[in-house]
Design a binder for this molecule. Structure first.
Ligand SMILES: [Zn+2]
Length: 655
């Protein structure tokens, strides 16, 4: 395990950036440590309760903080008491001095907790604040019924903090511009286990779990799961080349019915990615890297909670074919979790750098052609997004202006990921030498680790690191000005060369061509061996088939028989495309596969396109959509339910 940082405040060398999405008075204060004391109880039906106490250890950083402290909170969070604890060792009531506290409206996604202090603090003064509260069903606290889990026996709860949801989990400075360490004591009912995004986990008596995160992180990375979950060790694979004492063995966590599959899929593969990541970007500081497989209703692909990535069970493909998706979440260990965007308007600092890091690791492990092919699918997503919104849409800038009142989650789109990737690739192109740019990335992480930064910090450091480029004025080359990259919407002015991917695309293109022909040339088709094709080459092939669909009568049926590797795949990326092809070609014999896919998972990115394809198809596929939705709605996340209702014209879609 890496040595903890002594003081979160000491690593910050300037006041936090103003974040319009936070109601808090974070600026003049630093949060040195947060402790949560939680009691979790499930209800017979519907949402359970989380009763808790938050202890905030604050330090006043400058004069003028005033005698009022504001924290981010949410209407679903009921605060019963705020109190000021006496200084350690000093006189005073151990229960603390009660303080007037009032919740006031702030935005659709949160409220402001105003706490009146006895007097304005001096700079340097330490305060410990206690807040007693209860949380029910808030946007960041999700309660699942047994039927929304894989085992279907017991309820489940999980939290999702990004972007501004944790203010419904605990009162805090809910802004990525503030970092702090945390600890928690969580008591859960018999038969349940709690896990958190923490460097240490300990089970004590009375089903109480104790956690400690010894590195400073922003509030959105605090995460809790309570459910019928178990763990299994995975690690020490062939790729493992590191001294064993330097980090702890990775584990997978899942419901008991999924743990075997999870262990089989990820045994011995995680550490290879960590080893490559360390070689490229510097030490992995989080001690342990565990993966938690969420219940099927988890609507996201993954969430990079430190020490414990949350992922969709769709990553259990049965053949290790989606293992590389984990690389993205691992890359966040350096970009996002260690160096963090100070506001959600500069989300590209988290995601653009992570896409670049993911593709660097992928290049080292799988080679350049495969990585370029994967990047090409990303570029298609960016093209589709910009076509749908119009290139000039204000969200198609890297630096998004998030006005007060606008929920940062509503600005979420492909631009920070893929346009951000292009900008980082452009910086690498300016350097012109991969190992020099890799060295820069490592220096960048080292310079800004445990801090929250803006693009000005990033680009300023880039020019400082490469003075010869600064001298040449690379930040103001006409058409490629750094300012234009950040502040002008539209298609990236520079695209990295993905042509090495051509050597994998060409055979896929040719094969798709053969399958789209009127009279099938089976001899030519049989001559193409796809057994060695990895996920994204097959995905690319299926995307071509889908574009050419409907194919001449009978062709898809033969294709299905010819490639059970595709038509019977458990890999969700392949299943999604196969369902779309089945629907577009009215292959009624395989409608059951569409139904099975929608019953098996509820990830938004897979579920919505399948419903769109069904609703855009024949009478029969529309009936299939209605029937499947009425059977699966209770197991879907409420947001996904609402989006599907909108697609099926059932109304009630929420803003
Ligand atoms: Zn990401």
């Amino acid at each position: 395990m890496a040595a903890p940082v002594q003081d979160a405040a000491a690593v910050r060398d300037r006041a936090p950036v103003r974040d319009a999405a936070s109601a808090s008075s974070a600026g003049p204060w630093s949060l040195r440590h947060l402790h949560l004391e939680l009691l979790v109880s499930f209800a017979a039906a519907g949402a359970g309760r989380l009763r808790g106490q938050a202890r905030l250890e604050l330090r006043c950083e400058r004069h003028g903080a005033g005698a009022e402290l504001r924290l981010d909170a949410h209407p679903s969070l009921a605060v019963s008491r705020a109190a000021l604890l006496p200084p350690p060792g000093g006189p005073g009531d151990a229960a603390g001095q009660a303080l007037p506290v009032e919740s006031r409206p702030f935005a659709s996604y949160g409220s402001a907790l105003h706490i009146a202090l006895p007097q304005a603090p001096r700079a340097g003064q330490l305060l410990t604040l206690l807040i007693d509260y209860e949380a029910g069903e808030g946007p960041g606290v999700c309660w699942l019924s047994p039927e929304q889990t894989a085992g279907k026996q017991k309820p489940y709860m999980y939290t999702q903090g990004q972007a501004v949801l944790n203010r419904s989990f605990f009162p805090c400075f809910d802004t990525p511009s503030v970092k702090f360490t945390y600890s928690a004591t969580v008591k859960v009912p018999e038969g349940f286990t709690a896990v958190m995004s923490a460097t240490s986990w300990e089970k004590q008596k009375d089903n109480t779990f104790v956690f400690k995160m010894s590195q400073p992180i922003p509030s959105y990375l605090i995460a809790l799961v309570v459910g019928d979950i178990v763990s299994a060790d995975v690690g020490r694979g062939e790729g493992f080349r590191r001294a064993p004492e330097l980090w702890e063995l990775s584990r997978v966590w899942a419901e008991p019915c999924q743990i075997e599959a999870a262990k089989k899929e990820y045994d011995g593969v995680i550490e290879e990615f960590l080893v490559v990541g360390e070689k490229l970007f510097g030490p992995y500081v989080w001690g342990r890297y565990d993966i938690l497989f969420m219940p099927p209703s988890f609507p996201f692909g993954g969430m990079e909670n430190p020490c414990l990535t949350f992922v969709t069970p769709c990553l259990l493909a049965g053949d290790r074919s989606l293992v590389d998706v984990i690389i993205h979440e691992i890359s966040h260990s350096w970009f996002g979790n260690l160096v963090t965007n100070a506001t959600w308007g500069e989300f590209w600092l988290n995601e653009g750098f992570t896409m670049y890091a993911q593709r660097r690791i992928s290049t080292e492990v799988y080679g350049l052609p495969y990585t370029c092919l994967e990047a090409a699918t990303g570029r298609v997503l960016l093209r589709q997004h910009m076509d749908a919104t119009g290139e000039d849409h204000p969200l198609n800038k890297l630096r998004v202006v998030i006005e007060p009142g606008v929920n940062p989650d509503d600005t979420y789109n492909e631009t920070p990921y893929e346009k951000g990737y292009c900008f980082v690739s452009y910086l690498a192109h300016l350097v012109g030498n991969q190992s020099k740019f890799d060295a820069f990335l490592q220096a960048y992480v080292n310079r800004f680790k445990f801090q929250s930064i803006t693009a000005d910090d990033t680009l300023g450091f880039f020019l400082e690191y490469f003075p010869e480029l600064k001298e040449k004025g690379v930040d103001s080359i006409p058409g490629f000005e750094f300012d234009r990259w950040l502040n002008t919407p539209g298609w990236p002015p520079y695209l990295p060369d993905l042509s090495p991917g051509q050597q994998l695309m060409r055979p896929a293109d040719e094969l798709a061509e053969l399958w789209a022909a009127d009279g099938l040339n089976m001899e030519a088709i049989e001559a193409v061996d796809i057994t060695g094709w990895r996920t994204y080459q097959l995905v690319y092939f299926l995307d071509q088939i889908l574009q050419k669909s409907p194919l001449p009568e009978g062709n898809v049926k033969r294709l299905s028989k010819m490639y059970p590797k595709i038509s019977k795949a458990q890999n969700a990326e392949l299943r999604l495309r196969w369902c779309q092809i089945v629907l577009k070609n009215n292959l009624e014999a395989e409608y059951s596969k569409v139904k099975d896919f929608l019953h098996s998972q509820g990830k938004q990115k897979y579920t919505l396109p399948v419903y769109r394809a069904m609703w855009g198809g024949s009478e029969a596929t529309r009936a299939l959509a209605m029937e499947t939705f009425s059977a699966t709605a209770p197991q879907l996340h409420v947001n996904v339910q609402n989006y599907v209702k909108k697609i099926l014209g059932l109304g009630e879609a929420e803003a």
